[in-house]
Write a protein that binds this ligand. Structure first.
Ligand code: NAD
Length: 296
């Protein structure tokens, strides 16, 4: 059923996601602080509004796709106070679990439905409409959100109550950060031992070292031709975003008392990499620092 959707945050991810909602036949009113993003959205058939509230006014559903938790809480505070009870609010940004739960509470206090629904799949997935959504929130809210999420993505999971989507996202990305460092260390050691990249790949990809960081996103050029290593480590998934997610995982580990020593180490390694000026490179470029290059 065609709906009217307010979309706040039309950046690298939000712009193409909103465009896919238009393609699915919905009426989308968008807002962003950056004029260039508004222009790009207009070209995709999104009606541009002068403020977040103007974009949300009269909408059945409002979606936010913003940089961090403080932006989400700020925008949801305005929205929840102004929108009629029953309006559905969805946040697809990657934020800390605490902010996600705070945003849910703001919505609930005003009688709005709410879902945290962060994504995996990057800008390529956002454009192609193949994102994976991991959602948290009440059953009724998720049921209302699901058809819209399916218009922007391929896999949609309801992970549990408020904040469960963000929890799933940071746990997954902590696995990814740690496994990429592990695979990169193995290639760097193999190089010192005179082992070819292809030989290590052939063995590990069908052995117990097999993982996504090796077989889909191999950090050395050659074995997986589509990985960013074959393209000068152009992102892909930027190291700065990996660092953001690893730090969110560390904040959650500290708050919940979970022991994540390798997650902590991975955050430190990516922190050094970003500090040396490599935050804009794909996160698989971490292999260069482990080889003693690029960590200067
Ligand atoms: P982005 O910086 O390109 O877009 C964020 C947009 O929000 C910007 O255009 C900014 O102007 C806008 N914004 C900030 N405050 C605002 C406000 N108060 N009102 C309206 N607009 C406001 O970032 P992105 O790459 O689109 O990422 C968005 C979120 O998705 C982040 O939380 C990020 O961690 C997450 N994410 C990104 C990727 C990726 O590959 N880029 C992948 C998965 C998840």
């Amino acid at each position: 059923m065609a709906q009217t959707i307010g979309f706040i945050g039309l950046g690298n991810m939000g712009g193409p996601m909103a465009a896919n909602l238009v393609k699915a036949g919905h009426t989308v009113r968008g807002f962003d602080l950056v004029p260039a993003s508004l222009e790009a959205a207009r070209a995709e058939g999104i009606t541009v509004a002068g403020s977040a509230l103007a974009a949300a006014e009269g909408a059945d559903v409002v979606i936010t796709m913003l940089p961090a938790g403080r932006h989400v809480v700020e925008v949801w505070t305005q929205l929840a106070a102004a929108l009629p009870a029953g309006t559905l609010l969805i946040d697809s940004s990657t934020v800390d679990v605490e902010s996600a739960r705070k945003a849910h509470a703001l919505a609930e206090a005003q009688g709005c439905l709410s879902v945290d629904a962060p994504v995996s799949g990057g800008t390529g997935g956002a454009k192609a409409g193949t994102l994976t959504f991991m959602a948290g929130g009440a059953e009724a809210a998720f049921a209302k959100a699901e058809p819209l999420l399916k218009a922007m993505g391929k896999n949609v999971f309801h992970c549990g109550d408020a904040g469960a989507g963000q929890a799933a996202k940071i746990c997954n990305n902590m696995i990814l950060g740690i496994s990429m460092i592990g695979v990169s260390e193995a290639f760097a050691l193999g190089e010192k031992l005179g082992l070819s990249h292809q030989a290590l790949y052939d063995v590990a990809s069908v052995s117990s070292g097999q993982c996504w960081s090796l077989t889909t996103y191999c950090p050395v050029p050659g074995p997986v031709p589509t990985s960013p290593a074959n393209n000068g480590y152009k992102p892909g998934f930027a190291a700065a975003l990996m660092l953001k997610d690893l730090r969110l995982a560390q904040a959650a580990a500290l708050a919940s008392g979970a022991a994540t020593p390798l997650g902590a180490e991975a955050a430190q390694v990516y922190g050094l990499f970003e500090g040396a000026g490599h935050g804009g490179e794909d996160f698989s470029a971490i292999i260069n620092m482990l080889r003693g290059q690029g960590g200067e």
